[in-house]
Design a protein around this ligand. Structure first.
Ligand SMILES: [Zn+2]
Ligand SMILES: [Zn+2]
Length: 568
């Protein structure tokens, strides 16, 4: 056995240093932008690693995903000495506080350096104080006007809403924090709370609730999490900003208080308010402390309400009379991976790799749905290449148990027609039809476009329905209710897309679809094997829309699914 080297920095500290390197390279710009991406990716790999000591001892850091020789050498340096030559070099190039100050519009690197050399300014707070005191106007090249502008910029920067985290980023960062907290002695229970536990599409603050016999000590230990850059501490809560831009709120209580605190921290506000109005919440705290949320709802004489449903959308009324669905969709119900791309179009992994990964997840079937020719920017598959793919699927099927369905993600072109001629469309096992272009049609035209598509008998699954990209592109304008009416008539299904940038169709429309008895598929829209894990986000959106197992086509057997979605 090799002697294990002594570490100066743990994996979180190393990750924080790699992120700092990435941030500085980003500031350098040009080709360093690409290097910055590599360092960020390396930071994520290191945070996730389980056996860092061993990897360093055996010189096997490059066996980690996204870690090459250069990165491995920096990680080793950080591990052994707590320092990195690359970080040192970058820090020498840039003035102190550059990362923070560069967020102020109008401040170039040269100006930041000048402010530092002449006034000793290293933070936004110091910049503001200096501007308010009128000491910036006297610097060469600044003047009173610039000083005023800087003050305004600092104020505007403060009021600008911070972008929210996409669900998968919030979850990743949250899990890193879980790892860290679990390594602390005396920790009892730990859970996500807030919007992350309710699986909202985006997360403003990662809420976590923990219990311990010494909650205050635990909060103090949390401040040692290496990515923390600022914090606010009270008796039972610590809210921090992390180097990767996430805000985290950690609430620490004694074991007795855990269940009630978790319920309150999970919210939503609307759910808690309604609970307070219609039930005798005094029962929660009378007598012995409740052991679990299940026990709390029981004391209130109602069914347990899963976090995804806690929005005051009728769940409390239903729980009182025992009408909350017991068969809400769960991850275990999913038997097939729907909507998978391969290297035939814009996927990262080959047909064989995607199939193997789905099989390894225990799936009974997978639908291969590469882009159709109109989506030329995404490598849309020509008829020739499509036939080659069908041959490859047939050959591969001989060697695997999982059922491979040949499909397409066919564009709904502007006229509402589907891509590929009918004689080809009829030969698919499954067609997901999606809109990828001309998002800005007027409402009526867009509605007609989709309705026309849906009336075609081959149309069986409506892909990423309203085309939204979270925080980037709103859903397109159309008469959703009318479209849902037509879908109900034509017996097509709606995809609930698990790509964390889409999460489309949104829960309120899913509920409208359910009223019309429309079926759903939970899709992954996977462009890599890793993205098959998107299925959990799709399931969460479905649960938020109250979708039950029997309403989901890919909870059926491979044959049941294939029969239902067959184009003719
Ligand atoms: Zn698509
Ligand atoms: Zn797709």
């Amino acid at each position: 056995m090799t002697n294990q080297p002594k570490t100066k920095l743990d994996k979180f500290g190393i990750a924080a240093a790699l992120q700092e390197i990435a941030a500085l390279m980003e500031l350098k710009g040009g080709k360093y932008r690409f290097k910055a991406k590599a360092y960020n990716a390396g930071a994520r790999s290191i945070q996730a690693v389980g056996n860092l000591d061993q990897l360093v001892a055996e010189d096997r850091l490059t066996s980690l995903p996204r870690v090459g020789d250069a990165l491995a050498s920096q990680i080793k340096q950080l591990y052994l000495t707590g320092e990195s030559s690359v970080l040192k070099g970058l820090k020498a190039e840039f003035p102190v506080g550059i990362a923070e100050l560069s967020t102020v519009p109008g401040l170039s690197v040269a100006k930041i350096k000048q402010l530092q050399d002449e006034l000793g300014i290293t933070s936004v707070a110091e910049l503001r104080a200096a501007a308010e005191a009128g000491s910036i106007r006297n610097l060469k090249g600044f003047g009173a006007k610039t000083e005023q502008k800087l003050l305004e910029a600092v104020a505007a920067n403060k009021t600008k809403p911070k972008p929210r985290l996409h669900l998968h980023h919030a979850l990743n960062t949250g899990e890193r924090i879980f790892d860290y907290l679990r390594s602390i002695d005396g920790i009892d229970q730990i859970s996500f709370a807030g919007s992350l536990r309710r699986w909202e599409e985006t997360v403003g603050t990662i809420d976590i609730v923990v219990s311990s016999k010494t909650p205050q000590a635990l909060l103090n230990r949390f401040l040692g999490f290496p990515m923390v850059i600022s914090h606010r501490l009270t008796d039972s809560n610590c809210t921090v900003e992390l180097a990767d831009g996430a805000s985290v709120s950690l609430t620490a209580v004694t074991p007795k208080e855990f269940a009630a605190t978790l319920l309150i921290q999970t919210g939503s506000t609307a759910h808690l308010e309604k609970l307070g109005q219609v039930s005798n919440v005094g029962k929660i705290s009378s007598g012995r402390a409740p052991q679990s949320e299940e026990e709390i709802y029981r004391r209130l004489d109602m069914q347990y309400i899963p976090p995804e449903l806690r929005e005051d959308h009728g769940e409390i009324e239903a729980a009182f009379v025992g009408k909350l669905p017991e068969d809400l969709l769960s991850l275990d119900d999913i038997k097939g991976m729907v909507h998978c791309h391969t290297t035939y179009s814009d996927g990262k992994h080959s047909l064989a790799e995607m199939v193997a990964a789905a099989e390894a997840m225990g799936m009974k079937f997978i639908t291969i749905t590469d882009h159709s020719p109109t989506a030329f920017y995404a490598g849309g598959v020509s008829i020739d290449r499509l036939k080659r793919q069908w041959d490859e699927i047939a050959a591969l099927q001989e060697n695997v148990k999982i059922k491979i369905l040949r499909g397409t993600e066919s564009d709904i072109v502007a006229s509402g027609k589907l891509d590929y001629p009918d004689r080809i469309l009829e030969q698919f096992d499954v067609i997901v039809a999606s809109i990828h272009s001309r998002y800005k049609m007027d409402k009526q035209k867009m509605t007609e476009r989709i309705v026309t598509a849906m009336r075609q008998p081959v149309f069986k699954i409506w892909g990423h329905a309203l085309g939204r990209l979270l925080q980037r592109r709103p859903p397109f304008e159309c008469d959703v209710e009318r479209i849902l009416d037509v879908i109900a008539e034509s017996r097509a299904a709606i995809e609930i897309n698990g790509d964390p940038y889409r999460l489309d169709l949104e829960p309120r429309w899913v509920r409208e679809g359910r009223k019309r008895k429309i079926k759903f598929v939970i899709s992954v829209d996977a462009h890599s094997t890793g993205a098959l894990n998107n299925v959990k986000f799709g399931v969460a959106m479905a649960r938020r829309g109250w979708v039950r197992r029997g309403e989901v086509l890919n909870a059926l057997s491979a044959n049941g699914f294939a029969k239902t979605v067959r184009p003719v």
